[in-house]
Design a protein around this ligand. Structure first.
Ligand code: PSU
Ligand code: MN
Length: 308
């Protein structure tokens, strides 16, 4: 292992050493993004989906201060039920050495830890990005820069619908982070299949993704490869419902003066309540689908030497 401060589960480190398929999964989705007890069910189901597709799951989070790649079932349950659980980006990772608290890792921190552990593929729900009003509040997710600096394949259903999607896509362009649509030309809209923006490149198969990623690695490109995988249309949130709810969520955020790391969880929880859990169902559906596609990509990567 690259660092004695990061704990890696035996099953994961063996699979990485043997070049067998592994899929990283984040923990903020179950510590801050989903309500109990559904958070635990979803975390466990994602692992099972990855296993069923022939890959080893590595759920990543901070357990009692230790960044851990491959949380055990007990550790996932502990984080899921912890009322004091923190949200850890990259800059919080070392602080755990002193506070010894549990934390969910964001996409930024999970990408960093996955890459450090030699894992190439990561499945999540929706990306962080440029927040609404960022031109005056400067609120941009650290996910953006982390994805410019950690060469992993990240399967998501686009950026979170509460963000400024146009600005987020512009920032990914500035940061030279490539985005491909998985069997679509539309940039996915998280809870909905289409965000209203398009991607320049569409891929048809897990093998296509593996080939592009292998080429990136061969060239020594430092960035992630983003795979936009839309929620199945049958399971998406009603798009007309969504537009109105987002406006209300932004107003509530402003009203209550919510800032910093609390912004994203606040907005998602607000939308869940306003939609009577329909957004939650869509979130779970898209996450399942992303775990499945990520596992297929990990299998397609196989032991391609060029993709290491
Ligand atoms: N999924 C959820 N809720 C969340 C997140 C994901 O259902 O809160 C997290 C992701 O881990 C993402 C982070 O990296 O939100 C972005 O938060 P911020 O805007 O503070 O960077
Ligand atoms: Mn922020």
């Amino acid at each position: 292992m690259t660092s004695s401060f990061i704990a890696v589960a035996d099953e994961v480190s063996k699979a990485v050493a043997d070049h067998r398929p592994v899929v990283a999964l984040e923990s903020t989705i179950f510590t801050h993004g989903l309500p109990r007890p559904r958070n635990i069910e979803v975390a466990e189901e994602a692992e099972q989906i990855v296993r069923d597709a022939g890959a080893v799951p590595a759920t990543i989070g901070v357990h009692r201060g230790v960044p851990t790649v491959g949380l055990t079932r007990e550790e996932i349950v502990e984080l899921s039920n912890d009322d004091d659980v923190l949200k850890s980006g990259i800059r919080e990772l070392a602080i755990g050495a002193v506070n010894r608290k549990n934390a969910g890792t964001t996409i930024a921190a999970t990408s960093f830890l996955a890459h450090r552990a030699g894992i190439a593929v990561f499945a999540t729900g929706g990306l962080g990005g440029v927040h609404h009003g960022a031109s005056h509040n400067f609120d941009e997710s650290a996910d953006l820069v982390a994805l410019a600096n950690n060469p992993i394949v990240l399967v998501s259903s686009g950026a979170k619908a509460v963000l400024d999607i146009h600005a987020t896509l512009e920032r990914f362009e500035s940061l030279s982070v490539p985005i491909v649509g998985y069997r679509t030309q539309a940039y996915p809209g998280f809870y909905v299949a289409e965000s209203g923006f398009t991607v320049a490149h569409r891929v048809e198969t897990p093998e296509d993704v593996a080939v592009i990623y292998g080429a990136q690695r061969q060239m020594g490109l430092p960035t992630a490869l983003l795979v936009g995988n839309p929620v199945p249309v049958a399971e998406q949130l009603d798009p007309t419902l969504l537009d109105g709810v987002i406006e209300k969520a932004w107003a509530a955020l402003e009203d209550q003066g919510v800032k910093g790391q609390a912004v994203t969880p606040f907005l998602l929880e607000f939308i869940r309540q306003e939609t009577g859990d329909a957004s939650l169902d869509a979130n779970v559906a898209l996450y399942r689908n992303n775990a499945s596609v990520a596992a297929q990509i990990a299998v397609a990567l196989g032991d391609r030497a060029e993709a290491r």
